[in-house]
Design a protein around this ligand. Sequence first.
Ligand code: ADP
Ligand code: MG
Length: 240
Amino acid sequence: PAADRPILQLTDIWQRFGGLVANAEVTFDVPRGQILGLIGPNGAGKSTLFGIIAGARAPVQGQVVFEGRDVTRLDAPARCALGIARTYQVPRSFDSMSVLDNVMVGSFSRHTRAAAAREAALEVLDFTGLIGRAGASAGDLTPPEKRRLEVARALATEPRLLLLDEVMTGLTPSEARKGVELIRRIRDRGITVIMVEHVMEIVMPLVDRAIVLNLGRVLSQGAPQEVVRDPAVVAAYLGD
Ligand code: ADP
Ligand code: MG
């Protein structure tokens, strides 16, 4: 039955940029309703893989199956309509627009009437703790608020799979704790989360499963406490 099927299945994904191999032989399933941590050193191919899942570009080889459907050749708006949303490592909000209008860009993908899009956007702002900043210009937000706005914009598209690319980077420990709490609440809404994160102390307690990429390939995967003890992972990190 559909409920038991992985929400996402990646099979033998390859991506090349000229002579550089950014992803190679990447194969894994993402169970529905979980938080998956995607970790690995800088340049490991994590953001490239997010682009392949969200439809920024097609892989040179391999298959992306979302909810049982082959989406490999669908573009990003089509995948968004099916329920895949992502944030970007470098925030992409519209600085001159208000926080509310930024989020409405997302909610208009689900609601054609402005009043309904606005109501949905306000609900997302409330959920993400940004409601008090709804009227501010996005450009005036603090860095942690900008990260939150990225998450809010993605949530406003009402995804079933949410890809978070380094949303904790640059946060103080107390802001990061709030971020962790937000990600848990997102998962509790039934949204499957894949998160790229560098800080192991943040990722490991939060995720149900972890996948380590190194030089574009899956180096290790499993329960977080198993993955951190995997000799291949220890060697890759010590050698980094
Ligand atoms: P990560 O997110 O794990 O740090 P990336 O996926 O951003 O890694 O990058 C993987 C590799 O692919 C890096 O060597 C990077 O320089 C290269 N790369 C990523 N995007 C492009 C691109 N658009 N053109 C050329 N090379 C790229
Ligand atoms: Mg990256």
